[in-house]
Ligand binder design. Sequence first.
Ligand code: SF4
Ligand code: MG
Length: 334
Amino acid sequence: MEKILEVHNLHVTFTTYGGTVQAVRGVDFHLNKGETLAIVGESGCGKSVTVNAVMGLIPNPPGKITGGRILFKNKDLTRLREKKMRAIRGVDISMIFQDPMTALNPTLTIGTQLKEGVKQHHRISDKEAEKRALEMLQLVGIPNPEERLKQYPHQFSGGMRQRIVIAIALICEPELLIADEPTTALDVTIQAQILELFEKIQEVTGISIILITHDLGVVAKIADRVAVMYAGKIIETGTKREVFYNPKHPYTKGLLHSVPRLDAKEKLQPIEGTPPDLFSPPRGCPFTARCPFAMEVCDKVYPKTARLSDSHVVDCWLQDVRAKKLLAATAKNK
Ligand code: SF4
Ligand code: MG
């Protein structure tokens, strides 16, 4: 499978008055062409920071990419100057955010905003831009697009506004779409419609999607693969089936608590305790303090990534043969 994006050992920090926050601490993942990868985890785990790094949107200062590579079609984005990055943003890679209202300019018509989106990057006539705008509104399912083009954001419902935001994100035909909690601000029926829209767009355009969410229902509906983040690290990655039916990391199991169902429409349940302070993250496994299986080694040394299949990887000492032997010996001595 062709990889469109590869992130290797990404580190991102933020300098604050209280010290340096290590928000992303050595993240590895990739995205295959035409697939949807969901990055899940509790708020503050580093998922938004990770995709903002891909977009070149880490404000420096206070933020900084302190290590790693982000390869988009084999080009390292961390080495590009802002001018080059600006040419990629919106054209090759687009991003949509949680709140459609803040993404739209309330003083401009939808048509103007769509046309500006494409004219910023391409030399085309107003007429051609308008034609593109109409096509986009049709693609995202806005009825009466000719009339709707002349209207302002407040004349649309929340769900329709999110459709318009998606249309703007797609107007330059990007190859990668990053969606950060795109349905969180919407009510449940609208959420389902927007998720269906993502599926339709992927079918029509073949676009690759990274979806950030804390909602397992969303993951179950549209993800091909899932990466679970905790305390600035990806601790388990696999196909949707592997992660839902055969989770191996105790944190993933905690998120899914009890027997997972692909059709489950549940939010992540809080696990007892809190994630570690990322001002001074632990050397070892960051889940140690909350993990019912924690061993002595866990909080001293970070576990090596164990490969359980071509697609399923997990960072947990329980998957290490040495720990397995140790546990067996302890059990015998008891
Ligand atoms: Fe629990 Fe240890 Fe695995 Fe971390 S490495 S999840 S503390 S068993
Ligand atoms: Mg976020």
